[in-house]
Design a protein around this ligand. Structure first.
Ligand code: SF4
Length: 437
């Protein structure tokens, strides 16, 4: 029996694609193993920053060395990096035999089988940014039996000037609502308790439909799925997050009170250069509205420091905005020029040492804010859905509150998939500790 291994790099949408590819390969009669034993290694790749691509390239180099001696494993390269530089990589490394963009995954399992029967290299590139040959497989073979991702749309039409996504994942294409609802039903019938709806910009879901069916409509319909304890979604866009979404969240108690709303910068000139489509003031007004509508909401964001031309004063605006909003978590990154994007061609690229200094300053601030935010939960009681072993500590498991706080408690794997009540006893900037009630 042929053996495969899957390695996922990057975002949750890649995890979803990895789960679907795993499910499909098992249906083709392959066995999953680790990459030292595998005949084929499938790499689900990311292009969001140069580092992500460098990491995968060095892994391919390692496999290529083995391939030259033992004629295995051969490599299947899918995802954003495959779309961006897959052809080039396959010319450099003999072991790379299948290359597929994120919108042609439907062709990959068959191609993997054909390659194992001696077929030569196969390329499935997303040259047409609207083409889609999807993998119509419900991801039943997942790493976590109680939680599942569910991608609701592909691509993005926003073209933020620093972002490679529209060039490697194509134009916005919303999946049919019936398809998504059927998948949600299959997942909950299979024991899934928590679903996370995914999209580059979930709030834009349905904007390519003519029937007015929107993300708010979909959120409501999925939340009504029987036996679905928790529904999450990521990632939002301040320009497309609307009152209907808020209303649906207020009305449906199983929709988690956690919103990731990327701000990217606190300065209006930089936001304009980023082509984000809103000002800092408009963003703050939206935050106020969200916190009024959902007082127990946890708000997280993404922030880039060192965007081309960013002055110390402009960086200070981002710093002060974090102090004002006090996000639960900020995913920070130093600007990484992506070939082919408008920002990469801008003048005034910032020196890496300045980027590093700004990143350290922001991370230090946010670590303090996150700790203080979490400390206010000590003594409070919450229902958590236990979903796995704790990263550290014998006899410790972890679960999440409705507002996406990680709580570490005593427990065993028999508790996984169950909801139980805890009282918070300790807080750190990343997680909480609790005792069962
Ligand atoms: S909305 Fe997100 S995915 Fe789309 S272009 Fe902007 S940063 Fe990229």
């Amino acid at each position: 029996m042929h053996k495969f291994s899957i390695r996922v790099f990057g975002c949750q949408m890649n995890s979803y694609d990895g789960d679907r590819l795993r499910t499909a390969m098992l249906r083709y009669g392959w066995a999953e193993t680790d990459d030292t034993e595998a005949d084929v290694v499938i790499l689900v790749t990311c292009s969001i920053r140069a580092k992500a691509e460098q990491k995968v390239t060095s892994e391919i180099g390692r496999y290529d060395l083995s391939y030259r001696h033992k004629k295995k494993p051969y490599v299947v390269l899918v995802g954003c990096m495959a779309q961006r530089i897959g052809r080039e990589i396959s010319r450099k490394f003999q072991c790379v035999r299948v290359v597929s963009g994120p919108r042609h995954l439907g062709l990959v399992p068959q191609a993997v089988t054909e390659i194992s029967q001696g077929m030569s290299q196969r390329y499935f590139m997303d040259d047409d940014p609207r083409a889609l040959i999807d993998l119509n497989v419900v991801p039943s073979a997942r790493l976590n039996p109680f939680k599942a991702y569910l991608t609701i749309s592909y691509g993005c039409d926003r073209f933020c000037s620093y972002c490679i996504v529209p060039y490697v994942r194509g134009r916005l294409q919303s999946r049919a609502a019936e398809e998504i609802l059927a998948e949600a039903k299959a997942l909950t019938d299979g024991g899934v308790k928590e679903i996370t709806l995914l999209g580059q910009n979930v709030d834009a879901y349905g904007k390519d439909f003519s029937n007015g069916y929107s993300f708010a409509s979909l959120l409501k319909d999925v939340s009504r799925q029987e036996n679905l304890l928790r529904l999450r979604f990521a990632t939002s866009h301040p320009k497309d997050f609307d009152d209907n979404i808020l209303e649906v969240m207020q009305e449906n108690k199983n929709i988690c009170r956690a919103i990731n709303l990327p701000i990217q910068s606190g300065n209006d000139r930089v936001l304009r250069e980023m082509n984000r489509g809103y000002t800092a003031e408009q963003y703050l007004a939206l935050v106020t509205k969200i916190k009024e509508a959902l007082p127990d909401v946890s708000l997280t964001t993404d922030l880039i420091v060192g965007f081309p031309g960013e002055t110390d004063e402009e960086f200070r605006d981002s710093y002060n905005l974090l102090k004002e909003v006090r996000f639960d978590i900020v995913h920070t990154a130093a600007y990484s020029p992506r070939e082919g994007t408008r920002a990469a061609m801008m003048d005034n690229q910032i020196d890496n040492r300045i980027k590093a200094m700004r990143l350290n300053e922001i991370n230090a601030l946010q670590s303090q804010i996150a700790r203080e935010a979490n400390e206010r939960y000590v003594g409070c009681e919450f229902d958590i859905l236990a979903d796995g072993a704790a990263p550290r500590g014998e006899g410790k498991i972890q679960g999440r509150t409705m507002s996406d706080k990680v709580v570490i408690v005593d427990g065993t794997e028999n508790d996984f998939g169950n909801v139980f009540r805890v009282r918070i006893t300790r807080a750190s900037h990343w997680s909480l500790e609790g005792e069962r009630i």
